[in-house]
Design a protein around this ligand. Structure first.
Ligand SMILES: NC(=O)CCC(=O)C(=O)O
Length: 317
């Protein structure tokens, strides 16, 4: 059991002010007992293609080149907490990414997730955004081993396979810093979080029971690997949005939330600034799996998910 804080922050065009503001929110959350703090997507900069290149930091260079992550590292060490640092625009060589850094209680960078699915949508007359005009997509799923935490950034949540992959790798909690908008927010934000929490059912590497009775045909593409065996792994999902600024060019939906492994909304908020602090009890995951024993019922002989990254690693061994 531990306490998580979701800091729904008001973000301005003043980067220094945004950093000071995030610092205060993290300190307040830690003072109230949070051991894990989650920040919003793009919390040090306005969310716009014009701003990303201007506010981007060289995270790998650290120090003065990345004041935002320097602050997160310092605080995680001083306060002895884990920080899933929302996301900031990252500059790496001539590329820009939308990047989430995770700092452990020793202040060290434990993981860096670059948004895998860029937010390129066009709903005529309602919502058009094209992150790919300035940003490059990351190419790696990110799981923080120590905390069993899978990381995605906003639009990444739309892709169920990523959540399933994290569940397959042992994640108990998925953290999505995210800034949904006023069109898709009301429709999808809560729906998708609850779905990701409840449907984290995965096919895991192993032998499916039916293979013993020869009713299973191996996919030849998979060679000697047997990617069968079925688990369902409902888990916790935490999201954190910027607060809503109706004067901004991109207006965020807000409604940061924590969802439990039954798909239940444990805590949520409206669109103003807020710090949600709530307890996460991983033992609920086992209980939920017992209540709904999908793992015994799933037809792994008919459909399956392949962890491409892991399969490719094994094939090259
Ligand atoms: N910043 C984002 O990725 C927004 C994603 C979003 O609004 C959606 O509908 O998905």
């Amino acid at each position: 059991m531990f306490k998580i804080a979701l800091c729904q922050l008001w973000v301005t065009s003043d980067k220094e002010r945004n950093i000071v503001h995030a610092r205060k929110a993290i300190e307040e959350a830690a003072n109230k007992g949070a051991q894990l703090v989650l920040l919003p997507e793009i919390w040090n900069s306005p969310y716009s293609n014009d701003s990303f290149p201007v506010y981007a930091e060289d995270i790998d260079a650290g120090g003065d080149a990345s004041p935002s992550t320097a602050m997160l590292s310092e605080l995680s060490r001083n306060l002895q907490i884990t920080i899933v640092g929302g996301s900031i625009p990252e500059r790496s060589g001539d590329k820009l990414y939308n990047t989430c850094c995770v700092f452990g209680t020793d202040g060290k960078l434990k993981a860096k997730h670059r948004k895998i699915h860029l937010f390129d949508i066009d709903i005529p007359g309602q919502m058009t955004f094209k992150e790919s005009l300035t940003l490059t997509a990351g190419d790696s799923p990110t799981i923080v081993d120590t905390g069993r935490i899978g990381i995605g950034i906003c639009y990444d949540i739309q892709f169920q396979e990523l959540a399933m992959l994290y569940a397959a790798r042992g994640a108990h909690l998925l953290c999505y810093p995210g800034a949904f908008n006023m069109v898709t927010g009301p429709l999808h934000w809560e729906l998708i979080q609850r779905a990701r929490a409840a449907d984290g059912q995965v096919v895991q590497r192993g032998i499916h029971p039916r293979s013993a009775s020869n009713t299973l045909t191996l996919n030849p593409e998979m060679g000697r690997l047997t990617w069968f065996g079925v688990h369902n792994w409902q888990l916790f999902v935490a999201t954190c949005s910027p607060a809503r600024d109706t004067n901004a060019s991109y207006v965020a939906w807000g409604h940061s939330s924590l969802v439990g492994p039954f798909g239940e909304v444990i805590a949520t908020t409206e669109h103003e600034e807020a710090i949600i602090i709530e307890e996460i009890d991983y033992s609920l995951i086992d209980q939920r799996r017992t209540f709904l024993p999908f793992q015994k019922q799933r037809r792994g002989d008919l459909y399956q998910l392949v962890d491409v990254q892991r399969r490719n690693t094994e094939l090259t061994k």
